[in-house]
Write a protein of this length. Structure first.
Length: 178
């Protein structure tokens, strides 16, 4: 760094001495050389300033406010509509028209093995057994239920529905819909 500074100062001093002296070593007249040099330096400086200003403007224009506003508006509309529909529909059907009955699958048996419900009621089978079970009847069939899995079915037509475990045929039950 010092070496470069020394070289710069030497070169600068040489040009300064040349610029201040005339052809014969005398001091040159300032008015003749100064106007010729000034216009040449001014245009060189102007493009440098213009180039600096353009990158400054481009980053300022790149981020727009529209993407920020759009995500804010969309979640508000979605959130507002969904709870209103859910709250309105759920209480009317659940509290007035139907109920839910749970059947536990444990020790390779359904408990209770016989239930009476009304049309529109839902039965939920919950597997609390360590073995896999599959609830099956003529109108429904569950997937394989591992421990903790549930299967639910809403009965809409009156009748007697026998069901069994598709994996363990000796496990049987009945749902009577009035």
């Amino acid at each position: 760094m010092r070496k470069e500074l020394v070289i710069f100062l030497v070169v600068f001093s040489v040009f300064l001495a040349i610029g201040c002296a005339g052809e014969n070593g005398e001091e040159a007249e300032t008015p003749e050389e100064t106007p010729a040099e000034m216009p040449a330096e001014t245009p060189n400086e102007t493009p440098a300033e213009t180039t600096t200003e353009i990158p400054t403007e481009t980053p300022a224009e790149t981020p727009t406010e529209t993407p920020t506003e759009t995500p804010t508006e969309i979640p508000n509309e979605t959130t507002t509509e969904i709870p209103n529909e859910t709250i309105t529909e759920t209480p009317a059907k659940t509290q007035e028209e139907s109920k839910t009955v749970e059947v536990i699958i444990d020790d390779n048996a359904f408990d209770p093995d016989s239930i009476n419900i009304s049309s529109g009621d839902t039965v939920i089978w919950t597997n609390k057994d360590s073995t896999t079970h599959r609830v099956h009847s003529s109108i429904f069939s569950s997937k394989n239920l591992n421990k903790g899995d549930i299967f639910e079915f809403t009965f809409t037509e009156p009748g007697t529905y026998d069901y069994r475990c598709k994996i363990h045929p000796d496990e049987q039950g009945v749902v009577i819909v009035e």
